[in-house]
Design a binder for this molecule. Structure first.
Ligand code: FES
Ligand SMILES: [Fe+2]
Length: 380
């Protein structure tokens, strides 16, 4: 639950911008060298330093809703297996058998406490322990203790399963999130209903992320999807280390002027986007619905896959609730897949033409600036 006073203060900042035709800004226009968008060496350096070494929001707690559930999914080139054991503890493993390396569990979500390899039926439990070797007396190894699944560091906070993709690396999630953790907890993501999930191919990760971090393009690119609900080019910006909260104003913001301040339900007049560094965005676009985007860089600097998850505050039961949730789901798919990503692909395709040495990030695009500074900081 969001703090009412804080939401009121955010609404006041948004109202001031609305009246003045302004937005939060930073000091200067930033110039980003074009190489950072296509150079394979730069890509490899940032990928290894950030995506393979820092904590990432990899899954949602609701994807592992109870003890004895699992989720198998390839992310960032790694076959991953998430489990929730009998005690409710979440684990993250490489989804690879320790005998001769077959993929262990097929992609998907479900209930299982035993994972049996499709090749020779070695079997693991949800804590990763090797609990069965077919024909053990013929195989010839007694000590199988060390042959559990390879575990990756993992922790659960604020309804999100965090992990790092390099075995043995330290995952200090509390330090990484800092005061953003309390902010994320206000979203109560672990109590939402998972309505739908899809994968969308997109442009390179830097172009894609830039698009999630500004409201400058909204009215132009999203005239019939987002623009009817929120105001373009009006951003109230707060940072938490590398993470950010982007507050946009809903079209009904002006109504607050007619209501005494202590009666404001300010959250109904705002749209909050929580941008978790480096690649996860939690966007409460409309009341009761939420879009979570995980942007996964591909093998090269020019492609990504986005996991788009549609959540509803509660399971839609009535016809109206079902229609509203379905409409939200389709809107999110259209706004990103049909409106945003084709522009991103065109940027990516035009880069080799050499028209620009730098990309210009405006003073009003301050969340992109903050993000790109964090990328520099953590990749050096
Ligand atoms: S590769 Fe898995 S049991 Fe042989
Ligand atoms: Fe957009």
């Amino acid at each position: 639950m969001q703090d009412k006073d804080e939401m009121r203060a955010l609404a006041k900042r948004a109202l001031a911008h609305m009246d003045a035709g302004t937005t939060d800004q930073c000091e200067d226009v930033m110039r980003l060298p074009i190489e950072t968008y296509i150079d394979p060496d730069y890509f490899r350096k940032t990928y290894d330093a950030i995506f393979l070494a820092k904590p990432l929001g990899l899954a949602l707690s609701v994807e592992l809703p109870e003890p004895g559930t699992y989720l198998a999914r390839k992310m960032l080139g790694k076959p991953l297996l998430f489990t929730r054991d009998k005690e409710g503890q979440v684990h993250l493993f490489l989804n690879v058998c320790r005998h001769r390396g077959a993929g262990l569990c097929e992609e998907g979500r479900g209930k299982a406490t035993r994972f049996s390899c499709p090749y020779h039926a070695w079997t693991y439990d949800s804590t990763g322990r090797l609990v069965g070797i077919y024909g053990k007396n013929t195989f010839g190894m007694d000590d199988t203790e060390s042959l559990g699944l390879v575990e990756l560091p993992c922790a659960e906070r604020a309804g999100i399963v965090w992990g790092a993709l390099t075995p043995g690396i330290e995952l200090n999630i509390d330090a990484w999130l800092g005061d953003f953790q309390a902010e994320l907890e206000t979203l109560e993501l672990d109590s939402w209903y998972l309505y739908d999930q899809r994968k969308l191919p997109g442009p390179g990760w830097r172009v894609t992320m830039d698009g999630y971090l500004e409201a400058y393009h909204h009215d132009n690119v999203h005239p019939d999807t987002l623009s009817p609900h929120t105001m373009g080019n009006l951003l109230v910006h707060d940072t938490y280390g590398p993470h950010q909260r982007l507050t946009m104003a809903r079209r009904n913001l002006a109504e607050l002027k007619e209501i005494p301040e202590d009666e404001w339900n300010a959250i109904e007049h705002l749209r909050l986007i929580h941008s978790i560094f480096p690649n996860m965005s939690v966007s409460a676009i409309l009341g009761g619905h939420c879009l979570i985007s995980q942007i996964l860089p591909g093998d090269t600097p020019d492609s990504t896959v986005t996991i788009q998850t549609i959540m509803a505050a509660k399971k839609p039961e009535t016809v109206e609730e079902k229609e509203a949730t379905q409409a939200f789901s389709e809107m999110a798919k259209f706004a990103v897949g049909v409106e945003d990503y084709p522009i991103g692909n065109s940027i990516q395709e035009c880069i080799p033409a050499g028209a620009n040495d730098v990309f210009l990030i405006g003073r009003n695009e301050l969340a992109i600036q903050h993000y790109q500074k964090a990328v520099e900081k953590y990749s050096n």
